[in-house]
Design a protein around this ligand. Structure first.
Ligand SMILES: NC(=O)c1ccc[n+]([C@@H]2O[C@H](COP(=O)([O-])OP(=O)(O)OC[C@H]3O[C@@H](n4cnc5c(N)ncnc54)[C@H](OP(=O)(O)O)[C@@H]3O)[C@@H](O)[C@H]2O)c1
Length: 238
């Protein structure tokens, strides 16, 4: 049987890149996508095994259309692209920020999965990546929680509507990836130390932790309609 092909939207960094590495190690063919070719090539060069790199902006309909047309048929889609907007206390967060959060993450997840359908086989799969804000009750995350919960709400609906295609999601806790690079190093270290203390397993996550959960969902053909919360128990500490 020929190797199955996985396309990872948001595969040039963090969780997506770690997933590419694990899937290549298991013998999958992998295509990583992101908005920046230089970043994609740098990421691809860190991988053992031949991955393809395609520029695709999940927030731009034409880029998504031409990206999938370029890739052609494949077996599994992983949507790991990130967003960061929408945080802040409920009483004062600007609706434009909340809308920005949906535009950065929810609509691109929806749009890339929709545009991928003609290229996916009926026994293929889609795996989304949400965030534990959807399960926890952290003050100041109403916008983030509602965006990530919107992605998770797609999962059971699509698992039934698109059957027998499988549709799943992984909801990460706090993970040490370049997503946190907006913080200066000292602040980042302090934030991770605080989250590690709050997290029952006593540490923040690594991209590889989430990649293992995604790889499980991609490769286990009896998994559908699930969101796996992979957070070291952080949701319980809210
Ligand atoms: N890190 C955490 O603590 C954490 C916690 C909970 C949930 N998550 C979720 O986990 C997922 C992966 O995050 P991460 O930590 O791995 O972030 P990351 O290291 O910042 O990686 C994000 C990836 O997405 C790509 N990307 C961003 N916007 C894109 C777009 N519009 N179209 C296509 N690609 C895009 C980025 O490349 P370009 O910028 O070059 O396009 C990059 O490859 C995200 O959904 C994030 O919300 C992360």
């Amino acid at each position: 049987m020929p190797s199955q092909h996985v396309v990872i939207v948001g595969g040039s960094s963090g969780v997506g890149l770690a997933t590419a590495s694990q899937l290549l190690g298991l013998g999958f063919n992998v295509t990583i996508t992101g908005r920046d070719m230089k970043r994609l090539v740098q990421a691809r060069d860190t991988l053992r095994g031949a991955a393809r790199a395609i520029v695709m902006d999940g927030a731009d309909a034409e880029s998504v259309r031409s990206g999938f047309a370029d890739i052609g048929n494949f077996d599994h889609l992983v949507v790991a692209l990130s967003g960061a907007r929408g945080g802040g206390p409920f009483a004062s967060v600007e609706i434009s920020e909340v809308r920005g959060g949906f535009e950065q993450k929810v609509f691109p997840h929806f749009a890339t999965a929709q545009a991928a359908l003609p290229f996916l086989p009926s026994d293929g799969s889609i795996t989304f990546v949400s965030a534990v804000s959807a399960q926890a009750a952290f003050p100041g995350t109403a916008g983030l929680a509602s965006a990530n919960a919107a992605i998770e709400a797609l999962v059971p609906v699509l698992a039934v509507e698109l059957k027998p295609m499988r549709v799943n999601c992984v909801s990460p806790g706090v993970i040490d990836t370049p997503w946190w690079d907006f913080l200066p190093e000292e602040q980042r270290k302090a934030a991770f130390a605080e989250y590690a203390m709050k997290t029952p397993v006593g540490r923040v996550g690594q991209a590889e932790d989430i990649a293992k959960a995604i790889t499980f969902l991609v490769s286990n053909s009896f998994m559908s309609g699930h969101t796996i919360v992979c957070d070291g128990g952080l949701r319980l500490a809210a």
